[in-house]
Design a protein around this ligand. Structure first.
Ligand code: ADP
Length: 473
């Protein structure tokens, strides 16, 4: 069985969020069992030299709405299954989906073209594919084209990484992309409140749908989390399931991570302290004996940043240190920046910094993750691997990967141990932090949980097997 895994971003070539991490590590895990081709656009910002990406010798053309579009196929020099498509409309600009002025106005055409190219590629490269695995709205049109234009025999599997992003466009793109109005512009097709919705098309036309955690699979069928696609999902519930993401245990390994001050594992757990000490010193923070709470995230409402901002004026009086690393929407960047250097025990860093984030995971006692919704979340798993306890709101993948320490009755049979809170408000958030203080003061028990978390298997092994079962079903 051979798989074509299509994504608009793949780590390390281009990344805007968790999708890129998954599109890197899931195919890698699947390759242990079956051949997997990956395909993504070869954006101008991808460093061809560094990643040794070369032209495959294959170019093809597709005429759409009177315009002949050229696509050039590239691959990695040392892995010919890692494919890239270059087309100037898709690739020749800075930014994946937007720049500093906002979303690109031609994203429908760009990812429509990419979807056509994914299908044409199989023929032009002579690939024998059994399963096409598409991801999010950017590749969702593959399902529609496969079922209404190409009549493909391959199984189409769609994974929804975040339902908040759907690819909604004016219906004029129906003509631009030569989609059949009669066949497709309907409630159980691509039509969405008299516009078109790429993700909705993906949901309606794919054979199997997955999302990135079992709880999120349930939640997105409700009006609260479904972003107006809940009804479409309920109609298609028979083909929907949730599979928890894994993390790359090679990339996130406290024993070998070169960004840390001092490496450690469960045996040398006491060396975690050296990280905390060095980090606090570097930031001119004091009181090592106090618990250290960190927050590492995109700054967007989904991540519970409003709750965090609301709590800063209270946290300043807590006998604890807090470090916040984040970057995102201008509004939140500015609001957090306004708190910079204001309180001695709260350090704020605006930016995206892989190296600093690893130092935080390695040094922290607790990771704060008060998301309003969270399809899966990777931070909590990374934190646990680095011996930090996650404090999470009980939603989506957080609910599926973290159990509150007061709810455990058999540690051996428990996966991640942390602190959870159910109602998303300041009272329960501070209550969870209060529980953290209490646990921290019982250092023997606390350490036992942290060391347990470090041994939990957050790799892709189990989940990759579940994907294989779905492909074969
Ligand atoms: P998202 O919704 O952003 O995809 P995930 O939890 O799935 O959230 O993935 C977040 C990933 O990005 C994690 O690896 C996390 O460590 C990393 N990350 C988020 N914000 C930052 C930042 N400001 N600096 C460094 N790494 C970050």
């Amino acid at each position: 069985m051979s798989i074509l895994f299509a994504s608009s971003e793949i780590f390390p070539y281009a990344k805007s969020g968790g999708l890129a991490d998954v599109a890197h590590s899931l195919p890698q895990a699947l390759r242990e069992y079956e051949p997997v081709y990956t395909v993504m656009p070869l954006y101008d910002m991808v460093d061809r030299k560094k990643h040794k990406i070369v032209f495959s010798g294959v170019s093809f053309w597709y005429a759409l709405n009177g315009i002949n579009h050229q696509f050039d196929v590239f691959h990695k020099k040392d892995c010919k299954e890692d494919l890239f498509i270059y087309n100037p409309i898709i690739c020749a600009r800075m930014g994946l989906y937007n720049d500093q002025y906002g979303e690109f106005g031609d994203n429908a055409l760009r990812f429509g073209l990419f979807s056509y190219a994914i299908i044409e590629l199989m023929d032009k490269m002579n690939l024998s594919i059994d399963v096409i695995h598409i991801n999010d709205w950017q590749t969702s049109l593959v399902a529609l084209l496969a079922k209404t234009k190409y009549y493909l025999k391959q199984k189409i599997v769609l994974t929804i990484h975040n339902i908040a992003y759907q690819g909604i466009f004016d219906k004029t793109v129906m003509n631009e992309l030569q989609l059949d109005w009669k066949e497709c512009f309907k409630f159980n097709g691509i039509e969405y409140f008299d516009s078109v919705n790429f993700l909705k098309a993906g949901i309606n036309y794919s054979d199997t749908i997955t999302t990135v955690s079992p709880s999120y699979a349930y939640e997105i069928q409700t009006p609260l989390f479904g972003y107006r696609l809940d009804e479409t999902l309920r109609v298609n519930a028979y083909k929907l399931s949730g599979i928890l993401n894994g993390i790359s245990t090679e990339v996130f390994n406290p024993k070998t991570d070169e960004f840390m001050y001092k490496n450690f594992d469960t045996e040398s757990f006491k060396d975690k302290k050296a990280n905390k000490k060095a980090l606090l010193k570097a930031l001119d923070m004091h009181e090592e004996a106090r618990p250290l709470f960190v927050f590492i995230s995109r700054l967007t409402a989904q991540k519970g940043v409003d709750l965090l901002l609301e709590s800063l004026n209270l946290l300043k009086d807590f006998e604890a240190n807090f470090i916040i690393l984040g970057h995102g929407e201008d509004y939140y960047n500015d609001r957090f920046a306004a708190f910079k250097n204001r309180f001695k025990n709260i350090h704020i860093e605006i930016g995206y910094d892989e190296s600093f984030s690893r130092k935080l995971y390695a040094s922290a006692d607790f990771l704060l993750m008060p998301s309003t919704f969270e399809p899966c979340g990777l931070n909590q798993m990374i934190a646990m691997r680095y011996g930090a306890m996650p404090i999470v709101s009980k939603t989506g993948g957080l609910k599926d990967s973290v159990l509150d320490f007061t709810d455990i009755w058999n540690l051996e049979q428990t996966n991640g141990v942390g602190i959870t809170f159910e109602e998303h408000n300041l009272f329960w958030f501070l209550h969870a932090i209060g529980k953290a203080f209490s646990l921290y003061s019982n250092s023997k028990k606390f350490q036992k949980y942290l060391q347990h978390n470090m041994t939990v298997d957050f790799s892709w092994k189990h989940s990759a097997q579940m994907y294989l079962n779905l492909y074969k079903a």
